[in-house]
Design a protein around this ligand. Structure first.
Ligand code: NAD
Length: 323
């Protein structure tokens, strides 16, 4: 049987880099594409093209064959410190929308049927996420739409774009809404890092008995999915031929203060949490996995703590090697 061919767009990023590794271990021939090489480890891709996906003619050049699987992960994104300040709104909307327009059209022209698109939990309306104990994030609660960031609005637009191509061009693209994916080999400093990585870094850098800053009162809630679980969910979804959108996340909901305490326990440090003003996002959010469990028989298997141990270990090593 001919070797299966996969294309990973955004292969220099956190999830894309791990996905290339996974697809290689499954026996695929893989082309990775990004503006940059992966930051912390060599890529396993057979071919890695440095390409700006905002350029339609470059996109048509790299989508040069009928790949069996295409994963579109490239986006202009970051954690709360990047998405919620308002300073990056125009770039986020323009860059990510044009990438999706270019990629999907080039796939259509190449006769590619299966494209996986990574949307986000950030599409869910703010009005359903005011209660930190009881946020509503079932797939059908997305409308009437009211995301709390332009990042979320762009994701919602692009979800609709992929589903429109399914409807009008006989494609079967799959859309997932990721909820806070974390793990080693992800951004851990510089302003684009997300809460688990930022807290691992702060706790790794703080002396035992010291203190760290937490944005807001720390009672805002979230759930976090370990990277290997995300890869299981996304490959299963693409191969199912189902279009979704489906949540891919964990339903183990914790406050940011609790997240910090878990990491302190892993680090073996007692650290004071100093609450300061900062960009926050919604008050509460977690993944509702009812639909994906029913349709795909998928749900995460690891507890948050187990994933945090892996992440902290890696970030702690990065912090130490910087000194
Ligand atoms: P990431 O930022 O690490 O990876 C995105 C990659 O896209 C980066 O390597 C970046 O260089 C690349 N990219 C950006 N603009 C590009 C361009 N013009 N041309 C080529 N490449 C370009 O993010 P990630 O955490 O790996 O997330 C992957 C996808 O999943 C993104 O679409 C993101 O919005 C979505 N998502 C992620 C999370 C999460 O928790 N990590 C949550 C929800 C949704």
């Amino acid at each position: 049987m001919a070797q299966k061919q996969a294309l990973v767009l955004g292969a220099g990023g956190f999830i894309g880099h791990h996905l290339v590794h996974r697809l290689k271990s499954e026996g695929f021939w893989v082309k990775g594409v990004d503006l940059k090489y992966p930051e912390f480890q060599e890529t396993d891709a057979d071919v890695f093209e440095i390409t700006d996906l905002r350029d339609a003619s470059e996109v048509r050049e790299i989508i040069d064959q009928k790949f069996d699987e295409v994963y579109q992960l490239a986006a202009d994104m970051g954690g709360a410190g990047y998405i919620f300040t308002g300073e990056n709104d125009a770039a986020i909307m323009h860059n990510s929308a044009i990438i999706n327009l270019n990629v999907l059209e080039a796939c259509r022209l190449q006769g590619i049927k299966h494209v996986f698109y990574s949307s986000s939990a950030c599409i869910y309306p703010e009005y359903n996420q005011m209660d930190p104990e009881n946020p509503l994030c079932s797939e059908d609660s997305a409308y009437p739409a009211a995301p709390d960031s332009e990042y979320g609005w762009e994701k919602l637009f692009s979800e609709r774009l992929y589903l429109s191509y399914n409807r009008n061009y006989d494609m079967s693209c799959s859309v997932a809404r990721f909820h806070n994916i974390f793990g080693p080999y992800g951004t851990w400093d510089g302003g684009k890092e997300k809460a688990p990585a930022a807290l691992c870094r702060k706790i790794a850098q703080a002396p035992d008995g010291g203190s760290i800053e937490i944005w807001g009162d720390g009672e805002q809630t979230r759930s976090f999915l370990y990277i290997s679980e995300c890869l299981d969910g996304m490959t299963r979804l693409l191969r199912s031929g189902l279009s979704g959108p489906y949540n891919i996340g964990s339903d183990e909901i914790v406050s940011i203060n609790t997240l910090a305490r878990y990491i302190m326990q892993i680090a073996g440090k007692e650290i004071e949490l100093r609450h300061i003003e900062g960009p926050l996002g919604v008050r509460g959010r977690t993944s509702d996995n009812t639909l994906i469990e029913k349709d795909l028989n998928w749900k995460p298997s690891m507890c948050l703590r187990a994933g945090l141990e892996q992440s902290f270990k890696w970030i702690n090593e990065q912090v130490k090697s910087q000194k």
